[in-house]
Each structure stands twice: as C-alpha cells, then as structure tokens.
Design a protein around this ligand. Structure first.
Ligand code: GLU
Length: 295
C-alpha cells in the first residue's frame, strides 16, 4: 500500500500589542484565526508583541488573555512574549550588518521633518511611504563607516535602517507571496521600495515591528498569517527580510477591517468598542461575533 504523505497542520498566530485594550477589530482577527485553524485542523499560537516598552502595560496584556478566554479562543502555551527574545532580533540585525545592508541613521523625526520641509520649499516633491510618512533622507546612508562609528562611540542617538536599494539588489529573486485574503487573492509581487529605508532597530525599543515579526513567524513555524488589511502594504517588506535572512515564506491572508462611525479603522483609544467594555455592558461572545459580521 502506498504510504500516506505526512501533512503538517498549518500554524496560525494572533499577535496583538498590549498597548491598549482589544477592540472589535482584534476580535474579528482573533476569531478568523481561530475559525480557520479549526477548519484546517491547524494550531493557533498567541504572540504578545510588546517590544514598544514605552506603550505596553501589564494590565493590557492580562486583558488580552481574559478577552480571548471569554471569546472561547484557545491557543497553545507557552505564549511568546517579544520582550523576552530581543537576542533573536539582535542576531538577525547582526546578520544584516555583516551583509552590509543596514546603516546607523542619526536624524531625529523632527530633523527629518525640517529637512523635508526645506526640500519642499525648494519645489522638490519629497516621496512618502504608504502610511504618509516622508522617506528617510539619503545622507546617512552615504556616511563613511569610520565617521558613523565615531558618532556611535560618542553616544549619538541613532536607529538602524535597511539600505533598501542594496537589499533589493541582494535579494535579486522576485519577492512574491501567496495571498488568500478576499481583497487581493493570488500570487502577488509587490515592491517594498515604496517604504524607503525602513527602520529595523530603534534606540528606545529593542528591534522594530518589521524585524521582530519576521524573526518570530519563522522561529514559531507560522505557515499562515491571518491579519488585518492595514498590514497588507507592509508584507513586501516582510518578504524582503525573509529572503535576506533565509527564512521560509508563509502564506498571507489579510482580512477586512472593522471601521468606526467616522469610517476610520478602530483605534485602541476608542474605548466604546473595547471588548472589556462591551462585556461589562452585558454583550455575549455570540453578540460579538454578530457585531463583527461573523455568524
Ligand atoms: N502587533 C501587530 C498589531 O497589533 C500585528 C502584527 C501582525 O499581525 O503582523 O497590529
């Protein structure tokens, strides 16, 4: 009899940041992850994305666990907390340093703003990233290494940025990914250079969202990334980092967002959609499913 091929169960993850209470948008994301994992006999992981130490708080983290338990969403333990794994992100950054694909960037946000305002006053159209932020000026990229090292040794505040042009030249292969979300399904090839030289390491937080998310998805063996459409545009950056760091390519599924009454994405400051507030107001998990359009 022919042997049955071994099929690994797909691995999903819900990856909230404990910088506020979970709201209806998070409920939709967690429930879709849960439902898809169940339907596929897959595994569901929870990852606490708490590298932004200035904004994350223990009470928000506790309430993530309480809200998910209330919704009936089970996930595997131990739960990965990013703040406990900064060495893994440092190693990834070191690898990119060895490849000469990152550089220390010394301009503060205010300095970038002034630089761009000056350029625009001279009639130059300064490019912006998909979030509307101006791309980082090229000057630091051209700084001689000895000068950059001297500034670091002198204690100059800096972050580490990816040299996008060099990174793209090094990755060489087309950065495609499989997307199964309803808005863009197919094999997609998108250009990460619209983000410019993305930040990979901040002076005030270990790592950055882009670097930690690709390192963790690989280390945790995540195969199907289900998250909101607000992160769709960041996916080409993640595919680029995965390619540079020799990490596997997961499948992506970006789902619709829940919008507030003003037509904008819900934010954690809109307390009336917080799951804890809705729970206190007497809503049940079934009501939440209905509110986010899942039956
Ligand atoms: N931590 C991110 C957030 O709360 C989600 C990261 C991801 O799903 O890739 O928006």
């Amino acid at each position: 009899m022919p042997e049955k091929p071994v099929t690994m169960p797909p691995v999903f993850r819900f990856a909230p940041s404990p910088n506020g209470y979970l709201h209806l948008g998070h409920a939709l994301s967690a429930l879709i992850n849960h439902d898809m994992a169940k339907a596929a006999d897959g595994r569901l992981l929870l990852r606490i994305e708490d590298i932004d130490i200035t904004r994350c708080r223990p009470e928000f983290e506790k309430s993530i666990h309480d809200d998910l338990a209330w919704l009936g969403i089970e996930y595997e333990h131990p739960v990965r907390r990013q703040s406990e794994h900064t060495d893994a992100y440092a190693q990834a950054l070191d690898r990119l340093k060895e490849m000469d694909l990152v550089y220390p960037a010394f301009m503060s946000r205010g300095e970038v703003k002034r630089f761009v305002a000056d350029e625009e006053a001279r009639g130059r159209d300064w490019p912006r990233d998909p979030d509307g932020a101006p791309l980082y000026p090229p000057d630091d990229r051209k700084l001689p290494r000895a000068e950059a090292e001297a500034r670091i040794a002198a204690g100059d505040q800096h972050v580490w940025r990816l040299d996008m042009a060099e990174a793209l030249a090094t990755a060489s292969s087309a950065l495609s990914f499989i997307e199964t979300g309803p808005a863009h399904a197919g094999r997609l090839t998108l250009d990460p250079s619209v983000w410019g030289d993305v930040m990979l390491w901040r002076w005030d937080a270990p790592s950055s969202y882009h670097l930690s998310v690709v390192v963790d998805d690989a280390l945790q063996g995540v195969t199907l990334i289900v998250r909101g459409l607000d992160l769709f545009a960041a996916t080409p950056v993640h595919r680029l980092l995965q390619t540079l760091l020799d990490l596997p390519a997961p499948i992506y599924h970006h789902h619709r967002l829940i919008l507030g009454e003003d037509g904008r994405k819900l934010s954690k400051s809109q307390g009336d959609t917080a799951l804890s507030a809705l729970r206190s107001a007497g809503l049940s998990p079934v009501d939440i499913r209905r509110r986010v359009g899942l039956t």
